[in-house]
Write a protein that binds this ligand. Structure first.
Ligand code: DGL
Length: 280
């Protein structure tokens, strides 16, 4: 064993989202670190988080984190922009020694790449509401024009398995068509559900527009944090993924299979007095 390695290296990585959106992050985590075990939690009974507001999403996220910590995860990826906007800061304050990796709309690479100096951001209302989004704009936007849209209903369409359906296309047309004449050449996917509608987005924007999915960069960040802390799992063989959902276990297993191309085992959880518990 590597002398810098912590005994916790063999523990799973916790990943959570309001539903299946975080699977777009899990996909990249597994590509980068196939030897890790993952515990993926989707709060599907409460999806979508987008319209709920910062306070409610913070409470839900904090309870999910308590549940994942009780499962002895070694790091938590908040694979949801909305939950990160609401809870990343308070969670870091509450658990200063525990590693959290959150998501924020990827304006930095967008601003670096745009030639027309017009960038679109698709994210939920709660993500745009938070100080995290404000700070991203302040840090990275510079003189670039940022156009925003909340895509109401899109996360729910994706939850229902209709990621490239007619309703998803209608929502995305409404979001993107007013942006296109303003010369936009880059779109930030600021919600982890949206990469699953990649094809529909490209169909609307045309191939000349670059779509930015932050998931590969997040996977790299997780890998770096684990390496720095001696927490990378040394295993050579592939690790396992276990899915947890506050919704229907069979549905989560099906979506994971459809979206990631492999069947996984899913377990149902229940909310009880503000805490998540294993369902009986
Ligand atoms: N996937 C989430 C995000 O990244 C939330 C979507 C939702 O539940 O509204 O923002």
């Amino acid at each position: 064993m590597n002398p810098n390695q912590s005994p916790a290296a063999k523990a799973p990585i916790g990943v959570f989202d309001s539903g299946v959106g975080g699977l777009s992050v899990l996909r990249e985590l597994r590509r980068a670190m196939p030897g890790e075990d993952y515990l993926y939690l989707g709060d599907q009974i409460n999806v979508p988080y987008g319209p709920r507001g910062l306070e409610e999403v913070r409470d839900l996220s904090e309870a999910i984190v308590r549940f994942l910590m009780a499962q002895q995860v070694k790091l938590i990826v908040i694979a949801c922009n909305t939950a990160s906007a609401a809870a990343l800061k308070p969670l870091r304050e509450a658990y200063p020694d525990f590693p959290f990796v959150g998501l924020e709309p990827a304006l930095k690479p967008a601003v670096e790449h745009t030639e027309t100096r017009v960038v679109g951001v698709l994210a939920t209302p709660t993500t745009f509401e938070g100080p995290l989004y404000e700070s991203v704009v302040e840090r990275f936007a510079g003189d670039v024009t940022i156009l925003k849209s909340t895509c109401p209903g899109l996360a729910s369409e994706i939850e229902a398995g209709r990621w490239n359906g007619a309703e998803a296309e209608r929502i995305l047309r409404e979001a993107l068509e007013p942006m296109l004449p303003q010369g936009l050449d880059t779109v930030v996917l600021g919600c982890t559900h949206y990469p699953f509608a990649f094809e529909t987005i490209l169909k609307i924007t045309g191939p000349g527009v670059r779509l930015i999915d932050p998931a590969p960069a997040i996977a790299l960040r997780v890998q770096n944090v684990l390496t720095e802390r001696g927490l990378l799992n040394p295993r050579e063989a592939d690790g396992a993924v276990r899915y947890l959902t506050s919704g229907e276990a069979a549905e989560m297993a099906l979506r994971a299979e459809q979206l990631l191309g492999e069947r996984g085992e899913a377990t149902a959880l229940r909310w009880q007095a503000g805490e998540l518990r294993l369902a009986d």
